[in-house]
Design a protein around this ligand. Structure first.
Ligand SMILES: Cc1cc2nc3c(=O)[nH]c(=O)nc-3n(C[C@H](O)[C@H](O)[C@H](O)COP(=O)(O)OP(=O)(O)OC[C@H]3O[C@@H](n4cnc5c(N)ncnc54)[C@H](O)[C@@H]3O)c2cc1C
Length: 432
Protein backbone atom coordinates (compact mmCIF):
# COMPACT_ATOMS: atom_id res chain seq x y z
CA UNK A 1 0.00 0.00 0.00
CA UNK A 2 1.63 3.18 -1.08
CA UNK A 3 1.12 6.86 -0.48
CA UNK A 4 3.08 8.84 -3.03
CA UNK A 5 3.52 12.54 -3.57
CA UNK A 6 2.48 13.59 -7.08
CA UNK A 7 5.27 14.62 -9.44
CA UNK A 8 6.72 17.88 -8.24
CA UNK A 9 3.70 18.40 -6.01
CA UNK A 10 2.25 18.57 -2.62
CA UNK A 11 2.63 16.47 0.45
CA UNK A 12 1.74 19.02 3.09
CA UNK A 13 -0.49 21.94 2.28
CA UNK A 14 -3.31 23.65 4.06
CA UNK A 15 -6.83 22.38 3.62
CA UNK A 16 -8.50 25.64 2.61
CA UNK A 17 -10.49 25.73 -0.62
CA UNK A 18 -8.43 26.48 -3.75
CA UNK A 19 -10.03 29.91 -4.05
CA UNK A 20 -13.30 31.04 -2.53
CA UNK A 21 -14.17 33.28 -5.49
CA UNK A 22 -13.22 30.77 -8.20
CA UNK A 23 -16.44 29.51 -9.87
CA UNK A 24 -14.63 26.41 -11.18
CA UNK A 25 -13.54 25.34 -7.66
CA UNK A 26 -15.05 22.66 -5.43
CA UNK A 27 -13.89 21.12 -2.19
CA UNK A 28 -13.98 17.59 -3.57
CA UNK A 29 -14.20 16.27 -7.12
CA UNK A 30 -15.23 12.62 -7.43
CA UNK A 31 -14.29 10.88 -10.67
CA UNK A 32 -16.67 7.94 -11.27
CA UNK A 33 -20.27 7.46 -10.14
CA UNK A 34 -20.25 3.71 -9.44
CA UNK A 35 -20.88 2.46 -5.89
CA UNK A 36 -17.54 3.80 -4.58
CA UNK A 37 -18.04 7.31 -5.97
CA UNK A 38 -21.70 7.47 -4.88
CA UNK A 39 -20.90 6.33 -1.31
CA UNK A 40 -18.24 9.05 -1.09
CA UNK A 41 -20.59 11.69 -2.55
CA UNK A 42 -23.46 10.88 -0.17
CA UNK A 43 -21.15 10.89 2.86
CA UNK A 44 -19.57 14.23 1.89
CA UNK A 45 -22.91 15.85 1.02
CA UNK A 46 -24.37 14.81 4.38
CA UNK A 47 -21.45 16.63 6.06
CA UNK A 48 -22.05 19.80 4.03
CA UNK A 49 -18.90 19.52 1.89
CA UNK A 50 -19.07 21.05 -1.62
CA UNK A 51 -18.73 18.11 -3.95
CA UNK A 52 -19.07 17.48 -7.67
CA UNK A 53 -19.22 14.07 -9.40
CA UNK A 54 -18.19 13.40 -12.99
CA UNK A 55 -18.65 10.16 -14.96
CA UNK A 56 -17.84 9.37 -18.56
CA UNK A 57 -21.03 7.29 -18.88
CA UNK A 58 -24.67 8.34 -19.05
CA UNK A 59 -26.81 6.55 -16.46
CA UNK A 60 -28.41 4.06 -16.54
CA UNK A 61 -25.29 2.35 -17.87
CA UNK A 62 -24.32 -1.32 -17.83
CA UNK A 63 -21.55 -2.58 -15.55
CA UNK A 64 -20.23 -6.09 -16.09
CA UNK A 65 -20.86 -7.75 -12.73
CA UNK A 66 -22.48 -10.75 -11.03
CA UNK A 67 -24.98 -8.33 -9.43
CA UNK A 68 -24.56 -9.98 -6.00
CA UNK A 69 -24.77 -7.79 -2.88
CA UNK A 70 -23.16 -9.18 0.29
CA UNK A 71 -24.17 -8.38 3.86
CA UNK A 72 -21.29 -5.87 4.00
CA UNK A 73 -22.69 -4.05 0.96
CA UNK A 74 -26.28 -4.17 2.26
CA UNK A 75 -25.32 -2.78 5.69
CA UNK A 76 -23.40 0.10 4.11
CA UNK A 77 -26.32 0.84 1.76
CA UNK A 78 -28.74 0.83 4.69
CA UNK A 79 -26.44 3.28 6.53
CA UNK A 80 -26.60 5.54 3.46
CA UNK A 81 -30.45 5.42 3.57
CA UNK A 82 -30.56 3.68 0.20
CA UNK A 83 -34.03 2.50 -0.80
CA UNK A 84 -34.09 -0.99 -2.43
CA UNK A 85 -37.57 -0.22 -3.81
CA UNK A 86 -35.87 2.08 -6.35
CA UNK A 87 -34.30 -0.99 -8.03
CA UNK A 88 -36.92 -3.01 -9.97
CA UNK A 89 -34.79 -6.19 -10.20
CA UNK A 90 -33.83 -6.19 -6.46
CA UNK A 91 -34.22 -9.64 -4.97
CA UNK A 92 -33.33 -10.75 -1.46
CA UNK A 93 -31.87 -14.26 -1.26
CA UNK A 94 -31.74 -16.38 1.86
CA UNK A 95 -29.42 -19.22 0.95
CA UNK A 96 -26.84 -20.42 -1.55
CA UNK A 97 -26.05 -23.82 -2.99
CA UNK A 98 -22.41 -24.77 -3.58
CA UNK A 99 -21.03 -27.73 -5.56
CA UNK A 100 -17.36 -28.78 -5.30
CA UNK A 101 -15.46 -30.37 -8.23
CA UNK A 102 -16.62 -33.81 -7.12
CA UNK A 103 -19.02 -33.24 -4.23
CA UNK A 104 -22.80 -33.17 -4.36
CA UNK A 105 -24.43 -29.73 -4.13
CA UNK A 106 -24.84 -28.50 -0.53
CA UNK A 107 -27.32 -25.83 0.54
CA UNK A 108 -26.06 -23.12 2.91
CA UNK A 109 -28.88 -21.19 4.61
CA UNK A 110 -28.45 -17.57 5.62
CA UNK A 111 -29.72 -16.70 9.10
CA UNK A 112 -33.37 -15.91 9.71
CA UNK A 113 -32.46 -13.52 12.54
CA UNK A 114 -34.09 -10.50 10.83
CA UNK A 115 -32.80 -8.15 8.15
CA UNK A 116 -31.26 -9.00 4.77
CA UNK A 117 -28.00 -10.91 4.34
CA UNK A 118 -27.74 -11.10 0.53
CA UNK A 119 -29.49 -9.63 -2.50
CA UNK A 120 -29.18 -9.59 -6.26
CA UNK A 121 -29.70 -6.33 -8.15
CA UNK A 122 -29.05 -5.67 -11.81
CA UNK A 123 -26.17 -3.19 -11.90
CA UNK A 124 -27.66 -0.96 -14.61
CA UNK A 125 -30.63 -0.34 -12.28
CA UNK A 126 -28.75 -0.39 -8.97
CA UNK A 127 -26.06 2.09 -10.04
CA UNK A 128 -28.69 4.34 -11.64
CA UNK A 129 -30.69 4.37 -8.39
CA UNK A 130 -27.55 5.31 -6.43
CA UNK A 131 -26.78 8.16 -8.85
CA UNK A 132 -30.38 9.42 -8.49
CA UNK A 133 -29.95 9.39 -4.70
CA UNK A 134 -26.75 11.43 -5.05
CA UNK A 135 -28.53 13.97 -7.28
CA UNK A 136 -31.45 14.12 -4.84
CA UNK A 137 -28.91 14.92 -2.09
CA UNK A 138 -28.02 18.07 -4.04
CA UNK A 139 -24.74 16.88 -5.58
CA UNK A 140 -24.20 17.84 -9.24
CA UNK A 141 -23.41 14.72 -11.31
CA UNK A 142 -21.94 15.58 -14.68
CA UNK A 143 -22.51 12.60 -16.99
CA UNK A 144 -21.05 11.71 -20.42
CA UNK A 145 -17.91 13.57 -19.41
CA UNK A 146 -14.49 11.87 -19.17
CA UNK A 147 -11.55 13.04 -17.09
CA UNK A 148 -8.50 13.33 -19.34
CA UNK A 149 -5.87 15.16 -17.29
CA UNK A 150 -4.84 16.08 -13.75
CA UNK A 151 -2.16 18.35 -12.27
CA UNK A 152 -1.33 19.42 -8.73
CA UNK A 153 -0.02 22.70 -7.40
CA UNK A 154 0.43 24.12 -3.91
CA UNK A 155 -3.26 24.57 -3.16
CA UNK A 156 -5.33 22.34 -5.41
CA UNK A 157 -5.61 19.70 -8.10
CA UNK A 158 -6.68 20.89 -11.54
CA UNK A 159 -8.69 18.26 -13.39
CA UNK A 160 -9.34 18.39 -17.14
CA UNK A 161 -12.46 16.78 -18.63
CA UNK A 162 -14.17 16.54 -22.00
CA UNK A 163 -17.69 15.55 -22.99
CA UNK A 164 -17.52 11.83 -23.86
CA UNK A 165 -19.58 12.30 -27.01
CA UNK A 166 -17.25 15.03 -28.29
CA UNK A 167 -14.49 12.89 -29.83
CA UNK A 168 -12.83 14.68 -32.72
CA UNK A 169 -14.01 17.99 -31.33
CA UNK A 170 -11.39 20.76 -31.09
CA UNK A 171 -13.01 22.23 -27.96
CA UNK A 172 -10.59 22.77 -25.10
CA UNK A 173 -11.23 20.58 -22.06
CA UNK A 174 -13.09 22.08 -19.10
CA UNK A 175 -10.99 22.54 -15.98
CA UNK A 176 -12.16 22.09 -12.38
CA UNK A 177 -9.99 22.89 -9.37
CA UNK A 178 -10.50 20.80 -6.26
CA UNK A 179 -8.89 20.64 -2.84
CA UNK A 180 -9.23 16.85 -2.93
CA UNK A 181 -9.98 14.37 -5.70
CA UNK A 182 -11.50 10.94 -5.10
CA UNK A 183 -10.67 8.58 -7.96
CA UNK A 184 -13.59 6.12 -8.09
CA UNK A 185 -13.01 5.44 -11.75
CA UNK A 186 -12.92 1.66 -11.70
CA UNK A 187 -10.50 -1.13 -12.58
CA UNK A 188 -8.63 0.76 -15.30
CA UNK A 189 -8.60 4.02 -13.28
CA UNK A 190 -7.63 6.65 -15.89
CA UNK A 191 -6.73 8.99 -13.01
CA UNK A 192 -4.20 6.49 -11.66
CA UNK A 193 -2.77 5.96 -15.12
CA UNK A 194 -2.39 9.72 -15.65
CA UNK A 195 -0.42 10.04 -12.40
CA UNK A 196 1.42 6.73 -12.32
CA UNK A 197 1.33 4.83 -15.64
CA UNK A 198 1.41 1.05 -15.18
CA UNK A 199 0.56 -2.09 -17.10
CA UNK A 200 -1.78 -3.45 -14.43
CA UNK A 201 -4.46 -5.84 -15.80
CA UNK A 202 -6.18 -7.13 -12.66
CA UNK A 203 -6.01 -10.47 -10.82
CA UNK A 204 -9.17 -12.09 -12.21
CA UNK A 205 -10.72 -12.55 -15.62
CA UNK A 206 -14.51 -12.55 -15.16
CA UNK A 207 -17.40 -12.95 -17.58
CA UNK A 208 -21.16 -12.65 -17.25
CA UNK A 209 -24.26 -13.06 -19.38
CA UNK A 210 -27.94 -12.42 -18.69
CA UNK A 211 -30.13 -15.48 -19.32
CA UNK A 212 -33.88 -15.50 -19.78
CA UNK A 213 -36.44 -18.29 -20.14
CA UNK A 214 -35.10 -19.87 -16.93
CA UNK A 215 -37.45 -22.55 -15.61
CA UNK A 216 -35.05 -24.69 -13.52
CA UNK A 217 -33.97 -24.22 -9.89
CA UNK A 218 -31.64 -21.33 -10.89
CA UNK A 219 -34.74 -19.15 -11.30
CA UNK A 220 -34.95 -19.02 -7.49
CA UNK A 221 -31.66 -20.29 -6.07
CA UNK A 222 -28.23 -18.69 -5.83
CA UNK A 223 -25.85 -21.33 -7.24
CA UNK A 224 -22.04 -21.57 -7.12
CA UNK A 225 -20.03 -24.27 -8.94
CA UNK A 226 -16.35 -24.99 -8.29
CA UNK A 227 -15.83 -26.90 -11.56
CA UNK A 228 -12.35 -28.46 -11.76
CA UNK A 229 -11.36 -26.63 -14.96
CA UNK A 230 -12.30 -23.24 -13.46
CA UNK A 231 -10.00 -23.55 -10.41
CA UNK A 232 -8.77 -21.23 -9.07
CA UNK A 233 -12.17 -19.71 -9.76
CA UNK A 234 -15.84 -20.64 -9.99
CA UNK A 235 -19.05 -20.21 -11.95
CA UNK A 236 -22.31 -18.75 -10.66
CA UNK A 237 -26.00 -18.36 -11.45
CA UNK A 238 -27.62 -15.51 -9.49
CA UNK A 239 -31.44 -15.16 -9.68
CA UNK A 240 -32.92 -11.75 -10.56
CA UNK A 241 -36.43 -10.68 -9.64
CA UNK A 242 -37.52 -10.39 -13.26
CA UNK A 243 -37.27 -14.14 -13.93
CA UNK A 244 -33.82 -13.80 -15.42
CA UNK A 245 -30.48 -15.09 -14.19
CA UNK A 246 -27.00 -13.57 -14.12
CA UNK A 247 -24.74 -16.43 -15.28
CA UNK A 248 -20.98 -16.07 -15.17
CA UNK A 249 -17.57 -17.23 -14.11
CA UNK A 250 -14.40 -15.74 -12.67
CA UNK A 251 -10.94 -17.29 -12.95
CA UNK A 252 -7.57 -16.11 -11.72
CA UNK A 253 -5.39 -14.72 -14.48
CA UNK A 254 -2.43 -16.91 -15.38
CA UNK A 255 -0.03 -17.37 -18.27
CA UNK A 256 -1.69 -20.76 -19.01
CA UNK A 257 -5.09 -19.25 -19.70
CA UNK A 258 -5.05 -17.77 -23.18
CA UNK A 259 -7.78 -15.63 -24.74
CA UNK A 260 -9.11 -18.53 -26.84
CA UNK A 261 -9.43 -20.75 -23.73
CA UNK A 262 -11.34 -18.06 -21.89
CA UNK A 263 -13.68 -17.58 -24.85
CA UNK A 264 -14.29 -21.35 -24.96
CA UNK A 265 -15.14 -21.36 -21.23
CA UNK A 266 -17.63 -18.56 -21.80
CA UNK A 267 -19.20 -20.09 -24.92
CA UNK A 268 -19.66 -23.50 -23.29
CA UNK A 269 -20.80 -22.46 -19.81
CA UNK A 270 -24.55 -22.52 -20.44
CA UNK A 271 -24.38 -26.05 -21.84
CA UNK A 272 -22.42 -27.72 -19.06
CA UNK A 273 -24.83 -30.48 -17.95
CA UNK A 274 -25.25 -29.23 -14.34
CA UNK A 275 -25.62 -25.62 -15.52
CA UNK A 276 -28.22 -26.56 -18.15
CA UNK A 277 -30.07 -28.67 -15.56
CA UNK A 278 -30.17 -25.68 -13.21
CA UNK A 279 -31.36 -23.24 -15.89
CA UNK A 280 -33.88 -25.45 -17.69
CA UNK A 281 -34.12 -26.57 -21.31
CA UNK A 282 -35.57 -23.29 -22.66
CA UNK A 283 -33.06 -20.94 -21.04
CA UNK A 284 -31.22 -18.78 -23.56
CA UNK A 285 -28.87 -15.79 -23.57
CA UNK A 286 -30.67 -12.47 -23.51
CA UNK A 287 -27.64 -10.74 -25.08
CA UNK A 288 -23.96 -11.53 -25.75
CA UNK A 289 -21.78 -12.22 -22.69
CA UNK A 290 -19.15 -9.67 -21.67
CA UNK A 291 -15.91 -9.92 -19.73
CA UNK A 292 -13.99 -7.51 -17.50
CA UNK A 293 -11.03 -7.88 -15.14
CA UNK A 294 -11.33 -7.83 -11.36
CA UNK A 295 -8.58 -6.08 -9.36
CA UNK A 296 -7.76 -7.67 -5.98
CA UNK A 297 -4.53 -6.35 -4.44
CA UNK A 298 -5.54 -3.82 -1.79
CA UNK A 299 -2.42 -4.73 0.22
CA UNK A 300 -0.14 -3.38 -2.54
CA UNK A 301 -2.37 -0.85 -4.30
CA UNK A 302 -1.63 2.86 -4.51
CA UNK A 303 -4.22 4.43 -2.21
CA UNK A 304 -3.22 8.06 -2.59
CA UNK A 305 -1.08 10.31 -4.73
CA UNK A 306 -0.84 13.92 -3.59
CA UNK A 307 -4.43 15.21 -3.34
CA UNK A 308 -6.00 12.09 -4.90
CA UNK A 309 -7.49 9.21 -2.87
CA UNK A 310 -8.20 5.97 -4.76
CA UNK A 311 -11.30 3.96 -3.82
CA UNK A 312 -13.18 0.84 -4.94
CA UNK A 313 -11.78 -0.97 -7.98
CA UNK A 314 -9.41 1.96 -8.56
CA UNK A 315 -7.82 0.86 -5.26
CA UNK A 316 -8.02 -2.83 -6.29
CA UNK A 317 -10.22 -3.41 -3.23
CA UNK A 318 -12.17 -6.55 -4.23
CA UNK A 319 -12.06 -9.77 -2.20
CA UNK A 320 -9.30 -11.93 -3.74
CA UNK A 321 -11.16 -15.17 -2.95
CA UNK A 322 -14.59 -14.36 -4.42
CA UNK A 323 -14.01 -11.27 -6.61
CA UNK A 324 -16.83 -9.46 -4.78
CA UNK A 325 -16.13 -5.75 -4.73
CA UNK A 326 -19.33 -3.73 -4.28
CA UNK A 327 -19.17 -3.82 -0.48
CA UNK A 328 -15.47 -2.88 -0.58
CA UNK A 329 -16.24 -0.07 -3.06
CA UNK A 330 -18.91 1.37 -0.76
CA UNK A 331 -16.64 0.99 2.28
CA UNK A 332 -13.55 2.63 0.76
CA UNK A 333 -15.71 5.42 -0.72
CA UNK A 334 -17.09 6.15 2.73
CA UNK A 335 -13.71 5.98 4.44
CA UNK A 336 -12.14 8.36 1.90
CA UNK A 337 -15.00 10.83 2.45
CA UNK A 338 -14.67 10.55 6.24
CA UNK A 339 -10.91 11.14 6.04
CA UNK A 340 -11.58 14.36 4.09
CA UNK A 341 -14.35 15.47 6.46
CA UNK A 342 -11.97 15.08 9.42
CA UNK A 343 -9.81 17.82 7.82
CA UNK A 344 -6.10 18.64 7.81
CA UNK A 345 -3.47 18.78 5.10
CA UNK A 346 -3.61 16.55 2.03
CA UNK A 347 -0.90 14.38 3.60
CA UNK A 348 -2.87 14.04 6.86
CA UNK A 349 -6.04 13.12 4.96
CA UNK A 350 -4.15 10.47 2.96
CA UNK A 351 -2.53 9.04 6.11
CA UNK A 352 -5.92 8.79 7.83
CA UNK A 353 -7.50 7.07 4.84
CA UNK A 354 -4.66 4.56 4.44
CA UNK A 355 -4.76 3.71 8.16
CA UNK A 356 -8.51 2.99 7.95
CA UNK A 357 -8.10 0.78 4.88
CA UNK A 358 -5.24 -1.09 6.54
CA UNK A 359 -7.29 -1.62 9.68
CA UNK A 360 -10.48 -2.75 7.91
CA UNK A 361 -9.42 -4.56 4.74
CA UNK A 362 -5.82 -5.71 4.62
CA UNK A 363 -5.99 -8.57 7.19
CA UNK A 364 -9.11 -9.89 5.44
CA UNK A 365 -7.36 -9.64 2.09
CA UNK A 366 -4.41 -11.72 3.34
CA UNK A 367 -6.73 -14.34 4.84
CA UNK A 368 -8.70 -14.57 1.59
CA UNK A 369 -5.47 -15.04 -0.38
CA UNK A 370 -4.47 -17.99 1.84
CA UNK A 371 -7.91 -19.61 1.52
CA UNK A 372 -7.90 -18.90 -2.22
CA UNK A 373 -4.73 -21.04 -2.53
CA UNK A 374 -6.56 -23.93 -0.84
CA UNK A 375 -9.55 -23.59 -3.16
CA UNK A 376 -7.22 -23.54 -6.18
CA UNK A 377 -6.90 -27.35 -6.17
CA UNK A 378 -9.70 -29.83 -6.77
CA UNK A 379 -9.06 -31.78 -3.56
CA UNK A 380 -8.85 -28.55 -1.57
CA UNK A 381 -12.15 -27.24 -2.93
CA UNK A 382 -13.86 -30.60 -2.28
CA UNK A 383 -12.44 -30.78 1.25
CA UNK A 384 -13.51 -27.20 1.99
CA UNK A 385 -17.07 -27.81 0.74
CA UNK A 386 -17.29 -31.05 2.79
CA UNK A 387 -15.98 -29.41 5.98
CA UNK A 388 -18.22 -26.36 5.82
CA UNK A 389 -21.17 -28.55 4.85
CA UNK A 390 -20.68 -31.07 7.66
CA UNK A 391 -23.12 -29.72 10.30
CA UNK A 392 -26.04 -27.31 10.46
CA UNK A 393 -23.83 -24.92 12.48
CA UNK A 394 -20.96 -24.91 9.93
CA UNK A 395 -23.42 -24.52 7.05
CA UNK A 396 -25.13 -21.53 8.65
CA UNK A 397 -21.91 -19.84 9.72
CA UNK A 398 -20.13 -20.50 6.43
CA UNK A 399 -22.96 -18.73 4.60
CA UNK A 400 -22.63 -15.71 6.91
CA UNK A 401 -18.87 -15.65 6.49
CA UNK A 402 -19.03 -16.10 2.68
CA UNK A 403 -21.46 -13.20 2.35
CA UNK A 404 -19.21 -10.91 4.43
CA UNK A 405 -21.57 -10.68 7.40
CA UNK A 406 -18.39 -10.31 9.44
CA UNK A 407 -14.78 -9.73 8.33
CA UNK A 408 -12.94 -12.67 6.74
CA UNK A 409 -10.04 -12.59 9.23
CA UNK A 410 -12.16 -11.76 12.27
CA UNK A 411 -10.79 -14.60 14.42
CA UNK A 412 -7.26 -13.26 13.98
CA UNK A 413 -8.12 -9.61 14.70
CA UNK A 414 -9.64 -9.43 18.22
CA UNK A 415 -9.65 -5.61 18.07
CA UNK A 416 -12.68 -5.99 15.75
CA UNK A 417 -14.67 -8.32 18.00
CA UNK A 418 -18.08 -6.95 18.97
CA UNK A 419 -21.02 -8.36 20.91
CA UNK A 420 -23.50 -10.40 18.82
CA UNK A 421 -21.21 -10.44 15.78
CA UNK A 422 -22.21 -14.01 14.96
CA UNK A 423 -25.87 -13.74 15.89
CA UNK A 424 -26.97 -10.22 14.97
CA UNK A 425 -29.49 -9.28 12.28
CA UNK A 426 -28.68 -8.55 8.65
CA UNK A 427 -29.11 -5.17 6.98
CA UNK A 428 -32.27 -3.25 7.89
CA UNK A 429 -33.34 -0.67 5.35
CA UNK A 430 -35.14 2.47 6.46
CA UNK A 431 -38.85 2.25 5.79
CA UNK A 432 -38.83 -1.52 5.09
C1 LIG B 1 -17.88 -10.27 -14.20
C2 LIG B 1 -17.81 -9.62 -12.84
C3 LIG B 1 -18.63 -10.07 -11.83
C4 LIG B 1 -18.63 -9.43 -10.58
N1 LIG B 1 -19.54 -9.85 -9.64
C5 LIG B 1 -19.62 -9.20 -8.46
C6 LIG B 1 -20.64 -9.53 -7.52
O1 LIG B 1 -21.50 -10.39 -7.77
N2 LIG B 1 -20.66 -8.89 -6.33
C7 LIG B 1 -19.74 -7.91 -6.03
O2 LIG B 1 -19.79 -7.36 -4.91
N3 LIG B 1 -18.78 -7.54 -6.93
C8 LIG B 1 -18.71 -8.15 -8.14
N4 LIG B 1 -17.79 -7.73 -9.07
C9 LIG B 1 -16.88 -6.61 -8.74
C10 LIG B 1 -17.66 -5.27 -8.84
O3 LIG B 1 -18.29 -5.18 -10.09
C11 LIG B 1 -16.70 -4.09 -8.66
O4 LIG B 1 -15.85 -4.36 -7.57
C12 LIG B 1 -17.47 -2.79 -8.41
O5 LIG B 1 -18.25 -2.44 -9.52
C13 LIG B 1 -16.48 -1.64 -8.10
O6 LIG B 1 -17.21 -0.42 -8.00
P1 LIG B 1 -16.49 0.98 -8.29
O7 LIG B 1 -17.46 2.04 -7.95
O8 LIG B 1 -15.14 0.99 -7.69
O9 LIG B 1 -16.20 0.99 -9.87
P2 LIG B 1 -17.21 0.90 -11.11
O10 LIG B 1 -18.49 0.32 -10.71
O11 LIG B 1 -16.43 0.24 -12.20
O12 LIG B 1 -17.45 2.43 -11.50
C14 LIG B 1 -16.42 3.21 -12.07
C15 LIG B 1 -17.05 4.40 -12.79
O13 LIG B 1 -15.99 5.25 -13.26
C16 LIG B 1 -16.36 5.79 -14.50
N5 LIG B 1 -15.15 6.23 -15.23
C17 LIG B 1 -14.17 5.46 -15.75
N6 LIG B 1 -13.26 6.23 -16.37
C18 LIG B 1 -13.66 7.52 -16.23
C19 LIG B 1 -13.15 8.78 -16.67
N7 LIG B 1 -12.01 8.91 -17.39
N8 LIG B 1 -13.82 9.91 -16.36
C20 LIG B 1 -14.98 9.84 -15.64
N9 LIG B 1 -15.53 8.67 -15.22
C21 LIG B 1 -14.88 7.52 -15.51
C22 LIG B 1 -17.08 4.63 -15.20
O14 LIG B 1 -17.95 5.07 -16.24
C23 LIG B 1 -17.86 4.00 -14.03
O15 LIG B 1 -19.19 4.49 -13.92
C24 LIG B 1 -17.75 -8.36 -10.33
C25 LIG B 1 -16.89 -7.90 -11.35
C26 LIG B 1 -16.92 -8.52 -12.60
C27 LIG B 1 -16.01 -8.02 -13.69
Amino acid sequence: MADRPANGAVTAVDSSRPSDDDPTAVDVLIVGAGPAGCAAALTLAAAGVTVQVVDKATFPRDKICGDGLTTLALRLLADLDFDPATVPSWRVVDDCTVRGPSTAAIRFPLPDSGGDFAAIARRSEFDHALVQQVIAAGVPVRQACAVTGIEHDGTAATVAMVDSGASGSVRAPDLIRARQVIAADGMWSPVRKLLEPDGYRGEWHAWRQYIDGVTGPAADELLVWFDADLLPGYAWAFPLADGRVNLGFGVMRSADRKGADLRALADGLIDRPHVRAALGADARPESPGRSWPIPARIDEATLSIGRVLFVGDAAAATDPMTGEGIGQALLTGRRAAEAIIAGGTAAEVADRYRAEVRSELVADHKMAVVLGHMLARGWGADLAVRIVGSTAWTRRNFARWLFEDYPRALVFTPRRWRRRMFTGPGARFPGV
